[in-house]
Structures are given as C-alpha cells and as structure tokens.
Ligand binder design. Structure first.
Ligand code: LLP
Length: 423
C-alpha cells in the first residue's frame, strides 16, 4: 500500500495535490511519500520482531540524505556499497554502528574511511579483499567485525541483470569454499568474524529461492560453529520484489518473508540483518512528467514526454514496466488510446513502453510513473545535457524540494576549459 491516491479526481502524494508540485517545481521531478517509506520500513521491522534484528536499508535504492534521515531517525540501519553512500548515511545522522559495508570492489581508501568513521561490519566478497582489509585494519590497530558473503548458487528467478546468487555471478565466495575461507580468516589479524552474509538478487517475487539460500546458510552456520567459529549474525541481504503492475498478482509481503527467515534460520539464535531497498523505496516514489507533443506515427501515436531514459532508465535497461497514470483521474468507462510513450533523448531505446492504453492526453498534461522511488533518481544522469532530475519529499501536507534541479549555468560551470585550449 502506498500514499499516492486520487482525491476529488486529482492524484495526491499524502495530502498534497501533485499538480501543485508539478507547477511549482516543474517536470520531470521525483516525488516521495514519507509515510510510505516509513510504513514499508516498519513492515520489515515487525516481520522480524520475533528476535534480535536490524533492518539495514539498501541506500543504493534511493539515497537522498533526507530519505536516509527519515529512515535513520526511525531506527533503521543502512547497507552501503561505497564511500559516497557511507558519507550520505553519516550526513543523515546514522551512527557507524548501524552501517554495514557491502560490495565486490571496495578500495583501500574506502576501507580506511569507514574504519576511521566507525562501521558495524564489513561484508567480504573475496580472498584478495579480506587480505587487504586485514592489513589495513591491523595497521590501524583495530579489529573490524566481518562476515563473508557466500554465493549459494541459487536461481533467484529474476531478471538476469539483477540476479546475484548463481555461481556465474561475480558476487560472494562459492559456498563450497566457505570452510576454507573462514579457516584462513580466523588466522588473520585485524578481522573479527561475526557471521555470514548472503544476497541472491533483486525483485524476487517468489519466496522459494530465499528459502533455499537461507537453508544453505543455516547448514553452513552449523558447520562453521562446529569448526569453532563464532557465527552470531546473519545478514540475509535484500531482494523482495514489489508489484510494478497493479493489475498483476501481488508478490509476497514482508510478513511472509519474515516467516521464511524464521523457519529457516530462527532456531540458530543469531541476530538477523536484512538489506531491503526496493520494497522500502519503490512504491514510495513517483516520477512526474509532462506531455510535450502527441506525434502521429505510422500505425501508432507517440506520447513524447519531458522525462527520458536519463531520468528513469529502468525500462530501457531491464525492459521494466512502470504504471503510468494521469494526475487527473480517468473517468470510469473513458475511452482508452494506445500510445508509445517516449522521451526526448536521441535514441530509440528512450522508450518507456509501447502501445500502452491511456486516456487521451494532450500537451502539458502531467502523468506520474508509479513505483519509481527505487533505482529511479539514483540512476539518473545528465545524458543529452538534460539537468539532473530534482527530488521532492512530501509528509502530510508539507513538501520540500530535497534536491533542486540544477540550472543550466550550474551544470556547465562544473566543467572548465584548460588555459592551453584557450588561445
Ligand atoms: N544488498 C545487496 C548486497 C544488493 O546488491 C542489493 C541490490 C540490495 C541489498 C537491495 O536489493 P533490493 O531489496 O533493492 O532488491 N537497478 C536495479 C536493481 C539493482 C539491485 C542491486 N543490488 C533495478 O532497477 O531493478
């Protein structure tokens, strides 16, 4: 459930009519609902309340500092994958002991930065990585809590570009090698093994792959404990999917996911960490876009919007579906029209969807791409020199721009012409 609903025929974000934001901020623009973000975070928190746990929001999904502050103040931990994300979480007031650092290619500089700033744990993904971390941490005279991300070779049954738990993926250490890896880790200075980490992919709409992976993690926990290791913490990753098409069957909800976790690893007495991103932020954000032209093509009409693939890349990159709705509610029984919905960017891949049935639309009408809160603004670029899309946060009847649209001058002023080119 989200807080983007029609009231008196106008789409609102909580208590704010979206046309008001579109008129004031301009389009394209992302708009987030604070109540929706918090609701989704709390659903996970409650789904794990049968034992000690920490919900570490995957910052990569939507990383605006205002969103992180909202979640952090509610008690959320954060899962970060770069120094930039770590700095954002800290800027939002999240203490280091609630931040976990994941990722397949952490640099020595990033490792040093989080060790200096404080970190709950580092999730390790390869032999060269843990040897490097051991050297850095021991030189700094500290011992850092670590887990090893294991690759359970489980098919997450999701889009191939966002599946991460098969042996052909670059992520984690093959689970069959885990005993040897933990044995070596135990001998290395500067590292304190606290648990196991796993993440098998994103936008999972079936609980079985989670079940399979978590069962393997439970078996491994027992094996490693028998080998004498301390396994007190299980980081079970993120990945629970959201209903992108409202007309389709809804994926499992956090409560059901929490039950799977309890069934598979609940008996081990470990503290549970999870790293959901999409389910917290996805349906908490929309992308507003205005119609520029309706262009008659051959056998089709193009709805040309002022949002493009640089603002929301998911359709171009993954063939992803986003529901598109007009801000003015469509009357029941209204005649629908098929549109190819496209942006102004100069490539054919800049197509959001083809033959989508929408009510007849005209220039300057505003539409909302739903479920755009996760992997939307964070993946935006300035391709075609289109200024970075702004972000707005709504809470109740209040709203604020939380990242302004840069002016053209600001965009261009970041660049400089070397003196030796100038004359
Ligand atoms: N933990 C790790 C280690 C991850 O790699 C990811 C996502 C998450 C947690 C959060 O997963 P979530 O709960 O959001 O599914 N850009 C793609 C999604 C990439 C996901 C990458 N990793 C998209 O737009 O669909």
């Amino acid at each position: 459930m989200d807080h983007f609903l029609y009231r008196d025929g106008i789409l609102h974000a909580e208590d704010v009519p979206l046309p008001e934001i579109a008129a004031s901020v301009g389009t394209p623009a992302y708009v987030y609902s604070a109540a929706t973000l918090l609701r989704h975070y709390r659903l996970f928190d409650e789904a794990l309340d049968w034992g000690p746990h920490l919900v570490c929001y995957a910052v990569k999904a939507a990383s605006n500092v205002a969103l992180l502050k909202l979640l952090g103040d509610e008690g959320a931990g954060m899962d970060v994958v770069s120094e930039g994300e770590y700095r954002r979480a800290r800027a939002a007031g999240v203490p280091g002991d609630r931040i976990v650092f994941s990722g397949v290619g952490k640099t020595p500089g990033e490792m040093r930065h989080v060790l200096e700033g404080g970190i709950r744990q580092i999730n390790l993904e390869s032999e060269p990585e843990y040897r490097m971390l051991s050297e850095i941490a021991s030189n700094m005279g500290i011992e850092v809590p670590v887990t090893v991300r294991v690759n359970p070779d489980v098919d997450a049954k999701t889009h191939e570009k966002i599946a991460t738990g098969k042996s052909e993926n670059k992520f984690g250490i093959p689970i069959a090698k885990a005993r040897n890896v933990y044995a070596e880790l135990a001998t290395l200075p500067g590292l304190r093994v606290v648990g196991i980490d796993v993440h098998i992919g994103s936008q999972l709409t079936d609980l079985d792959p989670f079940r399979l992976a978590y069962r393997k993690v439970a078996d491994l926990t027992e094996t490693l404990r028998a080998d004498g290791h301390t396994i007190d913490r299980l980081d079970l990753g993120g990945g629970l999917g959201i209903p992108y098409e409202r007309s389709n069957l809804a994926p499992p909800v956090p409560l059901e996911y929490g039950q799977v976790v309890r069934d598979e690893v609940g008996h081990l007495g470990c503290e549970i960490e999870i790293e959901p991103g999409r389910l917290i932020a996805g349906n908490a954000g929309v992308l507003l876009a205005s119609v520029i032209f309706v262009k008659e093509g051959e056998g089709r009409d193009f709805l040309i919007l002022d949002a493009a693939m640089n603002d929301l890349i998911r359709p171009a990159m993954y063939g992803a579906h986003h529901d598109i709705v007009p801000l003015r509610e469509t009357a029941a029984g209204a005649e629908m029209h098929p549109y190819d919905v496209v942006g102004p960017v100069c490539e054919s891949g800049d197509t959001f969807t083809k033959a989508r049935l929408l009510p007849p639309l005209a220039p300057s009408d505003v539409v909302a791409f739903r479920s755009a809160g996760a992997y939307g603004a964070v993946m935006a670029s300035e391709y075609n020199s289109r200024p970075l899309v702004p972000e707005v946060l709504v809470r109740g009847e209040n709203w604020s721009v939380i990242r302004p649209r840069p002016s053209y001058d600001e965009m261009i002023a970041r660049e400089s012409v070397p003196a030796w080119l100038d004359g």
